[in-house]
Structures are given as C-alpha cells and as structure tokens.
Design a protein around this ligand. Structure first.
Ligand SMILES: NC(=O)c1ccc[n+]([C@@H]2O[C@H](COP(=O)([O-])OP(=O)(O)OC[C@H]3O[C@@H](n4cnc5c(N)ncnc54)[C@H](O)[C@@H]3O)[C@@H](O)[C@H]2O)c1
Length: 353
C-alpha cells in the first residue's frame, strides 16, 4: 500500500501517472427509436444525460421494418450532431441484433393506444411484443443489463418481460413513473413559487395510469427558513388531496390536448433521470419514484410492478421503508394495486393464447 503523502508527491511530479483511464463505451438499446420519445431521448443519451458526461456510449436503435427509413434518418442526424460521447450507432428491426450485448435497455417501442381501443386489446397487442423482446433480452443482452420499460401499459409490459425472461433478475427490470414524479415536483414548485430543485421526496404510488396516487404528504421544500414540509407550506389540505392529485394524474391527457401529441421531451428527460439515478445513485436524503417488482412493502401485493419511493446506491434500488400511510393514502394505493391486478389477469389470459 503506497502512503497518501507519497501518492500526492508522485501526482505533482508526473500527473499522468494517476490520471483515470477513460471509461469503455457501454451499449444502450432504445426501442421505438424512430418514434417521438425515441427521437427526443437519443441525443440526451449521447450527450451523457443518462449515464454521465464521461461515459461513452454505443446506441442500438430498434424499430419495426416499416420505420427503417425514419430510423436511418435519426442515425444520420446523430452523425450530423457530432457528439463526442457517441462511439457507434446500430439501427435494426431485428430484435436479436438490437439486444446483442446491451448493458442498458430503454423499451419505448410498443403498440400505441388508438381511439376507441379497449385496454384489453392494448394489453393483448403488447403482451405479444414484450414476450418476444423478453426472449431477446434473455438470450442476447449483457449479464446484469438494466431495463427500463416506458411503453404503455408500462407496469404490465414490465411484468410480461419479467415472466418471459426468468434468467434476468427481477431487480434489473423497472418501469417509468419518474415522469409522474417529476410532474408532482413541478406542480408543488409552481404552487409554492419555489425552484423545482428545492422540492424533493414526493411519491407516486402504483400504476402509470390515471389511478396512480401522487402523494405530497412526505415532500419537503427548501426555504430561507430551512427545509420544511410541503403540507405545512401549502397549508391547503383540499389542494393537496384533490387538485394536486388530479392535475398530476391527468397531466398526460392535458399535454395531448394542448400539443395534439403525447408528452415526449418530458418523458425522455424522465427516462434519463430514472436510469441516471439508478446507475449513479440518488442524492443523500432524496428519494425518487420507480416502478419495481413489489416485495409486499406497504401491504402492496407482490407479483405486480408498482411505483414506490426508492433510493439508489451502487446500481441497486431499495424501497424506502417506514413512511406513514393514512387511510386516505391507503385507499388510493389499493385502487391502483387493484387495477394492476386486473391488468395482470388480462395479460396472463393472452400469455397462454
Ligand atoms: N411511462 C411513461 O411515463 C410514458 C410517458 C409517455 C409515453 N409513454 C408511452 O411510450 C410509448 C411511446 O410513445 P411515443 O410517443 O414515442 O410513441 P410513437 O408512436 O411516436 O413511437 C413508438 C415507436 O415504437 C415503434 N414500435 C412499435 N412496435 C414496435 C416493436 N415491436 N419493436 C420496436 N419498436 C416498435 C413504432 O414504430 C414507433 O416508432 C407509448 O406506449 C406511450 O404510451 C409512456
């Protein structure tokens, strides 16, 4: 063991001796890469917003054969953006090639919900897609590949993936509820007139759907008088239990109404936040919401992917324990768990057909 004092002297004489080796590129798969969120997220990943500014990446981009030209257009734009962290791009409509050796997989591709489409039909279409991608994940991805499912129904797609990729540890599969979490922080910040970076520890419980329960009762905000509970600062119980909850639940629909297209940049940004915190860790004292395989915490049934408050360290998430749950919160949390249970039953119906 070389003493620290000697190391410091060595560093001052020949700094190159202690310079860290540049990181090796990692492979990141984005499915549905020719779609709206795909188009927004690939430059974010290639600029280091997901895995850090010193982490080179090779992007694998998968879409269906009909989107091959559009996918090639995205590849051309990535070349034109001259992104120093981007060490290679693979575009393909072949799942085996797409999943080959990937360390991270962001699954955005799926069957879109069309007007008049029943939830059951949406689940049927996506069960088929996620069953097939589970096989590719299991056979071709790098060991310990971390997976984030964005495509809806996100929680149930994640469950199908887990069921059909039994070799992949359940803890490596997650789904995106970080957009809902960020929306909750944004609403609180606007209400209090503070910067969003000063608000933390909201929770989104449950499904990424309108039954989710955005919960501000544990959130805090930094003020000139120190860190204070959001409930105390807002001092409006009705706003917290009604308006805040429904605005966050319905925010996706409000964006569609305004933009005539669904949330893309905020979804892409949230997916980067999700993966970055998972891999690089959550700041001390801060938790985030992630859809993960339930272990029964807070009385949530196991066997479903459910959004919980989590902290992350050294590439592992763990559910925050011991939060106080009142009757109001309990009933909202159960509602969303029941919906996920129904989705699971529907998915299992199609799994066996
Ligand atoms: N979890 C969340 O917070 C959240 C937020 C916003 C959107 N979403 C969901 O994300 C998904 C994508 O949204 P979008 O706006 O980018 O949609 P989009 O229709 O613009 O893009 C979807 C892309 O997926 C591709 N695709 C379809 N089937 C595929 C398959 N089997 N393999 C690979 N690619 C396939 C399509 O060709 C298309 O290019 C939707 O399911 C949407 O509901 C989730």
């Amino acid at each position: 063991m070389i003493p620290n004092s000697l190391l410091q002297r060595l560093a001052s004489w020949c700094p190159w001796l202690l310079r860290e080796e540049p990181k090796q590129p990692v492979k990141v798969l984005v499915t549905g890469a020719a779609g709206q969120i795909g188009y927004a997220i690939v430059p974010m990943i290639a600029r280091g917003l997901m895995l850090g500014p010193d982490q080179p990446v090779v992007l694998h981009m998968l879409d269906i054969p009909r989107m091959a030209d559009a996918l090639n257009g995205v590849r051309m734009e990535l070349v034109d953006a001259a992104l120093p962290l981007l060490r290679g791009v693979v575009t393909t409509s072949d799942e085996a090639e797409a999943f080959q050796g990937v360390n991270f997989a962001v699954l955005i591709g799926g069957w879109p919900r069309k007007e008049g489409m029943e939830r059951k039909d949406l689940i049927a279409k996506n069960v088929a897609i996620y069953k097939s991608q589970a096989a590719a994940l299991q056979q071709h991805a790098a060991p310990n590949c971390k997976v984030l499912v964005v495509a809806n129904p996100a929680n149930t797609n994640a469950l199908v993936l887990k069921e059909f990729a039994p070799v992949v540890p359940a803890k490596n599969i997650s789904c995106l509820t970080r957009l809902d979490h960020n929306r909750a922080l944004g609403q609180i910040a606007e209400k209090l007139g503070v910067h969003v970076g000063d608000v933390r520890n909201a929770v989104v419980w449950g499904n990424h759907s309108s039954t989710q329960f955005p919960d501000a009762s544990h959130a805090t905000a930094r003020t000139e008088h120190g860190e204070r509970p959001v409930a105390e600062l807002v001092a409006d119980e009705k706003w917290l239990s009604e308006e805040f909850v429904s605005v966050v639940q319905q925010r996706g629909a409000a964006v569609i109404k305004a933009r005539k297209q669904s949330s893309s940049l905020s979804a892409a940004s949230a997916a980067c936040d999700h993966m970055r915190d998972w891999v690089l860790g959550t700041p001390k004292g801060t938790w985030v919401s992630m859809g993960v395989y339930s272990d029964g915490s807070y009385g949530v049934p196991d066997g479903i992917f459910y959004s919980f408050p989590v902290t992350c360290e050294k590439g592992e998430w763990s559910i925050v324990q011991g939060l106080q749950i009142d009757d109001f919160a309990r009933s909202k949390m159960e509602l969303s768990a029941n919906e996920l249970d129904e989705e699971r039953s529907m998915a299992y119906e199609f799994v066996s057909t």
